[in-house]
Design a protein around this ligand. Structure first.
Ligand code: NAP
Length: 295
């Protein structure tokens, strides 16, 4: 059996197109475009690439972008001042502070300082708590993107066994909450889980968010399962360019799964698409408008 490939590139592009259409509608109703502020502290090359693509996607969606690039010597107080200014700026609907931050800055304090209504990354404890309580929240972009892909693949998630490998606040925990919200029976596995292969073998839906190249083997997968690979791991190659692989041994798993998301081209493009979606949603809620339908 060869699994269907879950095309995150196409799904992400479709969402971004829908968002762009709704941006135009929002602008007509609110008299301004939704606005996203990005904050990059320091020169970490991977972070710079991520922020550049987020800024580009913002412009392509027709939203207003406010890019702040700060030196890596920025103090926590200076960053908190900027966050306070962005909280007070009415043109800004979303605030994204790119992580990781330099060591002199406490990330948790910075996240907690962001207005929860503008927390388009969904990392603020208020949004995490609201998601856990089943209330309206801004939800982290990567697990939201994974849920979209799973929903596209499966008509109904209710009653299915889902195993999420990884319990980070950014991916694993919110992913588990979202699947629980869809009435899946959810297990969260982590580094202390006993007999992980046996736990994964029960799953109709597997979400791997570990950060260990090709850890999940084909023999762990229940035949026909839907497999979402969040991992992004760069393996060294002779030409020095490196090769991206996920947390799932793709060549093995593709022979067993019913559907599988590749790396790259699976979850990655969904994250930015959902950031655009969250910014649009935040703009609607801040303007007192109903959430845009179908997103
Ligand atoms: P993280 O904070 O490092 O969390 C990793 C999780 O994996 C932890 O909960 C850890 O368990 C668990 N783990 C580690 N070794 C394990 C093992 N041997 N068996 C079972 N569980 C194990 O990572 P993250 O931020 O969630 O990211 C996970 C991966 O997704 C990374 O590759 C990252 O690059 C990628 N990612 C991709 C996107 C995207 O847009 N596609 C976005 C975010 C992250 P403990 O809690 O017990 O330590």
């Amino acid at each position: 059996m060869t699994a269907r490939l879950i095309d995150g590139k196409a799904a992400g592009a479709a969402i971004r197109q829908q968002v762009a259409a709704r941006v135009a509608e929002f602008e007509q109703r609110a008299g301004r475009a939704p606005g996203l502020a990005t904050v990059l502290v320091g020169e970490d090359p991977a972070s710079a690439v991520y922020v550049r693509s987020k800024n580009r996607a913002t412009a392509e969606a027709g939203m207003a972008g406010f890019a702040h690039n700060l030196p890596d010597t920025t103090s926590e107080a200076e960053l908190l001042d900027l966050v306070a200014a962005l909280n007070a700026d009415d043109r800004v609907d979303g605030i994204l502070v790119q992580l990781p931050l330099p060591s002199q800055i406490d990330s948790e304090r910075v996240i907690a300082a962001i207005d929860p209504a503008k927390d388009v990354d969904g990392f603020h404890p208020i949004n995490a708590g609201r998601l856990a309580a089943g209330l309206e929240a801004l939800v982290p972009c990567t697990p939201l993107g994974c849920l979209h892909l799973i929903r596209q693949e499966l008509c109904s998630i209710a009653g299915l066994e889902a195993v999420v490998i990884g319990r980070s606040n950014i991916v694993g925990k919110p992913m588990a909450q979202l699947l629980l919200g869809e009435n899946a029976t959810v297990t969260i596995a982590h580094s202390k889980t006993r007999d992980l292969p046996a736990v994964v073998r029960r799953a109709d839906i597997v979400v791997a968010a570990v950060g260990r190249p090709e850890m999940v083997r084909g023999g762990w997968i229940k035949p026909g399962a839907t497999v979402i690979d969040v991992g992004i791991n760069r393996l060294p190659t002779d030409d020095g360019k490196g090769r991206l692989v996920g947390d799932v041994a793709f060549a093995e798993a593709v022979e067993v799964a019913g559907a599988i998301s590749p790396v790259p081209g699976g979850v990655g493009p969904m994250t930015i698409a959902m950031l655009m979606r969250n910014t649009l949603v935040a703009a609607h809620r801040r303007a007192g408008l109903a959430d845009p339908e179908g997103l």
